[in-house]
Design a protein. Structure first.
Length: 380
């Protein structure tokens, strides 16, 4: 690892692959209602199609680190980035539901592999750079999502078809990946990773920290609108405001996160971040005024913003597992919160109410802070 030289171009390249991942996924999202209408399928079938993507991502993540070990991060990120561009064009023109099932399964596999390997690459680049970068890298994923969805909407208003828009997005992805991939590091790892990465020791605790954060984010994405509508009586037309405010706060938190972590330190950012996020949920539960309770969502976004980036940074400092295996294991465990968390919260909401869901999430962030305190005690 010490043989690699990391300069400004390598640092920008490590950030830009996060942008590509977000941009690509955000291109598929606006296609969903178009595909539903074109194929004339119901919400149940559409849900199964989307599940294909989630299942393949989850299946691919535990072994994705092996690709880096065999081929190196540079080749894996380049190939997966280019495949992402090709994939979104294919998804814009498929003729039947069966092919969508197949290609969404492929998209999930691409996304899962890209997610693990870009985080492995990010850990190595940050470690060799000896400067805080992880928060800004994760911020670029959000920037990619915003720009991908925004450009899709703009081009659609100009009259372009979904396939034409997908081709434009594919060209952008190709141009970005082809240029910046020359600066990716060909890091392969220690060579002693197991076929399936299972977290052990302190890495397992890192996984718990990640899954709580991802569960909190997923809870906001899937259930904040329901919470505002059913618990607070907010009109459905404004129900999406809460998640928008939360997302904006998280993006800002990550854009300035590297400087915040440098100023406060990793321990304070993770421990107090969890407490601030918990207080944000509590404030949203306690306040009925629509505008004031948005402060709760802002606090939640700012508090949770840099917990996961710091966790990935810490993976580069532990010695219990090789970096490839550790990043793969934590990403896989964290994804459990994204994939199964919202559904579990749905059962809870159905049984004891949506407010109880937010109370549970607030409690989990408090638990996360106590776990983080123990983790740092062990690390120190």
């Amino acid at each position: 690892m010490k043989d690699f030289k990391v300069g400004i171009k390598e640092q920008y390249a490590a950030r830009i692959i996060f942008f590509v991942a977000g941009f690509g996924i955000a291109t598929w999202a606006p296609m969903i209602p178009l595909v539903k209408d074109r194929l004339n399928i119901g919400a149940d079938v559409l849900g199964l199609l989307i599940l294909c993507m989630g299942v393949s991502s989850f299946l691919m993540m535990p072994i994705a680190g092996l690709f880096a070990q065999k081929f190196g991060c540079k080749k894996v990120l380049r190939v997966m980035g280019l495949l992402m561009g090709v994939e979104i064009v294919c998804l814009s023109m498929l003729p039947n539901v069966w092919l969508y099932g197949v290609f969404l399964f492929i998209l999930g596999a691409i996304g899962g592999t890209l997610n693990v390997n870009m985080n492995i690459h990010a850990v190595i680049v940050e470690k060799l750079s000896k400067k805080r970068m992880m928060s800004s890298m994760h911020a670029l994923w959000s920037v990619g999502c915003f720009l991908g969805a925004g450009l899709f909407s703009l081009l659609a208003k100009l009259g372009l078809s979904a396939t034409q828009i997908a081709i434009v997005h594919c060209i952008i992805i190709f141009a970005v990946v082809i240029y910046f991939s020359q600066f990716f590091l060909p890091y392969k790892g220690s060579g002693n990773e197991k076929a399936i990465a299972i977290p052990k020791g302190i890495v397992g605790l890192f996984g718990i920290l990640a899954v709580i954060s991802f569960l909190g984010e997923g809870g906001m994405m899937d259930w904040s609108g329901i919470f505002l509508n059913e618990a607070k009586g907010v009109d459905l037309s404004l129900a999406g405001v809460g998640y928008a405010v939360f997302s904006a706060a998280m993006l800002v938190g990550r854009l300035i996160g590297d400087k915040v972590v440098q100023f406060l330190g990793e321990q304070k950012v993770v421990i107090f971040g969890g407490l601030v996020a918990s207080f944000g949920y509590i404030l949203a539960i306690a306040i009925d005024n629509f505008f004031i309770l948005q402060i709760g969502f802002i606090l939640l976004g700012l508090g949770a913003a840099n917990i996961v980036p710091v966790v990935y940074t810490l993976l580069g400092k532990q010695s219990v597992m090789p970096i490839n295996s550790a990043v793969t294991a934590v990403t896989s465990v964290g994804y459990l919160g994204v994939m199964f968390g919202p559904a579990l919260l749905g059962f809870i909401a159905h049984g004891i109410g949506i407010t109880a869901v937010f109370c549970i999430l607030a409690g989990l962030f408090i638990i996360q802070s106590f776990i983080a305190r123990y983790v740092f005690k062990v690390l120190n």
